[in-house]
Every structure is written in C-alpha cells, then in structure tokens.
Design a binder for this molecule. Structure first.
Ligand SMILES: [Zn+2]
Length: 287
C-alpha cells in the first residue's frame, strides 16, 4: 500500500509542470490551427533540422495508458519506426533462428527472458536501422529496469524519454472496459470516463468517451480473463515498482518529459504532437 500512495504523490507533484506544458502548447496549437487546423499538425512530418541528432525516443507508461497506440501514431507522423521489444521477440521466435528457439523455450517455460537476450534482440534491430539509414526510433516496452536503462543510454544516444501517465482510477476503469470482438479481432473500450477538475485547479478534468463497438461486433464481445480489477491493480503496482527507478534514472539524465493524459486519443494527439515537435531535431535539451 505504501507505494500506491507514493505513486499518487508523485503524480500530484508532476501536475504543475504538465499544466505548464499544456499552456505552452496552446501557442503552438494556435499556430497549427491557422495552418489548417490541428489535423494539419498531425499529418505533417517534422523533419529533424539536421542529421546530427537522431530522433531516438523512448515512450514509458503503465499498462492501459495507450502507449503502444501513441507510439505507433507518433512514429508514423515523424517518419521513424515504432520498435516494440515484444514484437521483436515474437518475430525472432517466428523466424525459426537458433536464438529464437532459445527464447521460445524460456518463454514457454513461463520464465522471464534475461536482460541480455532482450538487449541482443534490440541491438540487432537498432544496428539494422542504422545500416538502413533510419533517422531514429520510438522504443516501446523497453527499458523495464534501471540496469536496462543504463545499458541503453551507454550504447545508444537518446534524445527524449516521454513518460505518459494517467490517473490510476482511470487506468483501472479503462482496463476493465476493454473488449475484444472474438469475431473480427478488433479492440473496443466501453468505459465512459468523466472526472471533473479538482476545485483548486491542480488536476484537470478527464474526459474519455467510450470506443463503442459497431452493431456487427456487439454480440461477439468478450473481456480478457486478466482484465479483472484485482489483477489490473496488481499489474499497476508491479509496473510502479519497476518503473520508478527507470524514471528516476532518466530524470537524472535530463531526458524525462512527463505527460499526463486527460482525454481520448483524438484530443490528446494535438497536444502531444507540438510538444514532441519541439524536441525533434533539437537534440538533447536541458529541462
Ligand atoms: Zn467484430
């Protein structure tokens, strides 16, 4: 329980900076609006102004925050690959390589893959990207531990670590609202979230309408067995314990940027993109 309240306090303290960031973004958004609306900002590709600072970004965030979706959208907009270590591992296993077979036997035995294996898969992918002339990457699902973070920074220069967050009660509701159509495999979310702003203005309102299924999917929806409240809370607790040392390390490196999500993806992307554009091509920036 103690780390739950610790996490909550951390979130609280990060709010003023998040609010300041949102305020700064207002100006950037106004510019985008005059250039053809926020959608224009979303579809335009920000090209790093010079070649010397690759767009090497890491996205962190708890389960349920939508990190994979944001990473994928942002990667597309910036013209860099979205690299999810989970996907790399699945692809290596599927490739039938010796290394893949080794990993498969570990995964099948229910054990966690050792750091060195995950790092090797990732290094292979990053080296390939450098050979192919990729101008950066958005890394999702890695690093999970402080040791991995130290090793990553040692081997690859990062320019930004985006730390996405969402109030815990919202994460729980969102996870419990997940539905999978067993007919076509599409994901939906039936959670309808509205939390008013706190009276003192320290916390913004959170508005997340449901992502409702179309009528043809509605009869086929199912909930994943591990999307139960107790399981979700445990998952979040484990995440917090793992993530705190990683966040602290990146913060000390001057790389961490906190971003609190308070709305759905269509409302959040126009806030997130200008923030990220300010980092693209700017290289490593002091806070
Ligand atoms: Zn369906």
């Amino acid at each position: 329980m103690s780390s739950v309240s610790h996490g909550a306090r951390r979130g609280w303290r990060s709010m003023p900076s998040a609010l300041a960031a949102v305020a700064n973004l207002k100006a950037a958004l106004d510019q985008l609006a005059t250039a053809g609306g926020p959608q224009a900002g979303l579809s335009s590709v920000a090209t790093p102004s010079s070649t010397e600072s690759p767009l090497n970004w890491v996205f962190l965030g708890p389960p349920g925050v939508g990190k994979g979706t944001y990473a994928s959208r942002v990667a597309k907009a910036f013209g860099v690959p979205h690299i999810a270590t989970g996907d790399l591992i699945r692809a290596e296993i599927k490739s039938g390589s010796d290394f893949g077979a080794q990993m498969k036997s570990i995964v099948n035995s229910g054990k966690l893959l050792p750091d060195e294996m995950v790092q090797q898969v990732l290094h292979q992918r990053l080296a390939q990207g450098r050979r192919d002339g990729e101008k950066g990457f958005i890394l999702d699902g890695f690093p999970r531990t402080r040791a991995q973070a130290v090793e990553l920074v040692r081997s690859t220069p990062l320019s930004l670590v985006l730390n996405m967050s969402l109030r815990e009660e919202v994460l729980v509701e969102k996870c419990m609202g997940r539905r999978l159509c067993k007919h076509c495999g599409k994901n939906y979310n039936v959670a309808d979230i509205y939390l008013p702003a706190s009276p003192d203005g320290s916390r913004a309102a959170i508005v997340m309408p449901p992502l409702s299924p179309p009528p043809e999917c509605a009869p086929h929806l199912e909930t994943r067995a591990d999307d139960r409240e107790d399981v979700i809370r445990h998952r979040l607790e484990v995440y917090k314990q793992e993530a705190t040392p990683v966040e602290d390390f990146f913060r000390a490196q001057g790389l961490l940027v906190d971003f609190e999500i308070t709305a759905g993806i269509p409302e959040t992307l126009p806030l997130l993109m200008p923030l990220l554009q300010s980092y693209a091509g700017a290289g490593r920036r002091a806070d």
